[in-house]
Design a protein around this ligand. Structure first.
Ligand code: T46
Length: 141
């Protein structure tokens, strides 16, 4: 199944079931990950149901977001289309390209989010207001 939102698609990791003792999930730059990885961060300690994160877009940053334990809901919006994705396996992530509004919610118990990012943290790259995001993408399209 494909995502129809612009600048957004599923990323499938290579999995190795070698000895029957667990599974190795592999993300390599230039193979599964379509950019040079400059930053890796995780989000832990999420409270079931009540927490909600994201609610912003990035002007240039590209990321791939994974749920490496539990599950959560990801909403992506390109200014025209919006869709919801449930992430619940370490094998499948979502590529979040530039100029894409996104939010995460509905975290399960012990949900762990892992993100690979194309750049260091830069607050100037964020658009944190949805109306500002809509104006921004109209200007650059
Ligand atoms: C994103 C989604 C998927 C830093 O100082 N450095 C960092 O590397 C990060 C990730 C955050 N921060 C600071 C900036 C804010 O003061 O931590 C605070 C919360 O960051 P933010 O509002 O970006 O957190 P989330 O969970 O809403 O968003 C995060 C990523 O930051 C963001 O790029 O796309 O996860």
């Amino acid at each position: 199944m494909e995502l129809f939102t612009k600048n957004c698609r599923y990323i499938d990791l290579q999995q190795i079931y070698d000895k029957g003792d667990g599974i190795i999930n592999i993300a390599e730059e230039s193979n599964q990950i379509p950019f040079n990885i400059k930053r890796v961060y995780s989000i832990t300690g999420l409270k079931k149901n009540s927490d909600s994160r994201g609610h912003h877009a990035h002007k240039e940053l590209q990321q791939v977001i994974f749920c490496i334990n539990g599950s959560f809901k990801l909403i992506v919006n390109d200014g025209l289309n919006e869709e919801e994705v449930i992430l619940n396996t370490p094998q499948k992530g979502v590529y979040l390209g530039e100029e894409l509004w996104h939010a995460m919610s509905d975290f399960s118990a012990n949900c762990i989010i892992l993100v690979l990012a194309s750049d260091l943290y830069k607050e100037a790259d964020y658009i944190r207001d949805f109306n500002e995001f809509k104006t921004y993408i109209k200007k650059i399209d």
